[in-house]
Design a protein around this ligand. Structure first.
Ligand SMILES: O=C(O)CCC(=O)C(=O)O
Ligand SMILES: [Fe+2]
Length: 264
């Protein structure tokens, strides 16, 4: 955990021109750096920088990942491999909890599944009450495994109230995403969690969120043996990649992308 945080911190501390080698506005780019802190746009949505790229069992995009800091690729590759193994254990427990084979969800991800790492850098903010690090959203994948640098900031919404998630050294926060809510066996039994990030005046916060979802061409829909009639399905089928595009490329907030594929 510490090694990964260290390379991430070193990356974010690089000069802007260096980070901008990965700058992109295309949500489907395999490696993407973005900042809303030196934006040319008028609106300033988030008080953060981010770096995101794909991982996966076979990281096809490995040679596109940052090569500065020099150890980044190797540290990230090892970290993503271990986090994937953890996700598989949790998917297994959820499957069993629903009375199905332990590898039920894992096999529904397809041959490779999609793993996406999003590293977030939230600078200290002189007026923290006027902005957010990250606006309310739910993640599009199945499970997101998050660690941070010991500075709290994540909040989750339950019954219209925001609750702060404590930062506990050496632990991960695991969030359920839309794929798990809308897909396979769950059909809404497991809810994706709406969350956001607040900023603070004193300290820089870094978080590393790794999402685990199905392969890009998978069709997200309840396909459970538990659903006998199509009419029992609470969600309309959608190709995972199209869902990501819809969810990322607009200024959607909260769980509105998921609401759009819900029946009634
Ligand atoms: O910074 C965090 O704690 C959460 C980040 C997050 O929700 C995301 O990257 O999707
Ligand atoms: Fe998130």
């Amino acid at each position: 955990m510490d090694g990964m945080l260290k390379v991430m911190e070193d990356f974010f501390n690089l000069p802007l021109e260096e980070k901008m080698r990965y700058g992109s506005d295309d949500v489907m780019d395999p490696v993407r750096y973005g900042t809303s802190l030196t934006t040319t746009r008028k609106h300033n949505l988030h008080w953060r920088d981010f770096l995101r790229h794909y991982g996966g069992l076979i990281p096809h995009t490995y040679y596109l990942w940052p090569d500065n800091p020099a150890t980044y690729r190797d540290v990230a590759k090892e970290y993503l491999k271990e986090v994937w193994q953890l996700a598989v254990i949790i998917f297994g427990a959820i499957s069993e909890g629903l009375g199905l084979d332990p590898d039920y969800i894992e096999s529904s991800l397809g041959d490779e599944g999609t793993q996406l790492i999003i590293s977030n850098y939230y600078p200290a903010c002189p007026e923290p009450n006027k902005t957010l690090g990250l606006a309310p959203h739910s993640d599009h994948g199945g499970l997101t495994i998050v660690m941070d640098n010991g500075i709290p900031g994540m909040q989750i919404k339950r019954n219209q109230t925001w609750y702060s998630v404590p930062s506990i050294p050496g632990t991960f926060v695991v969030n359920l995403g839309d794929f798990l809510e809308a897909s396979v066996l769950s059909n809404g039994k497991y809810k994706s969690v709406e969350h956001r990030v607040i900023v603070n005046a004193e300290a820089v916060r870094i978080s590393i969120a790794v999402g685990h979802g199905p392969e890009m061409d998978a069709i997200v829909q309840p396909a459970s043996p538990l659903i006998k009639e199509k009419s029992e399905s609470k969600y309309r089928p959608i190709v995972y990649k199209d869902y990501i595009r819809a969810q990322q490329s607009t200024i959607k907030r909260g769980k509105s992308a998921l609401d759009e594929i819900m029946n009634n």
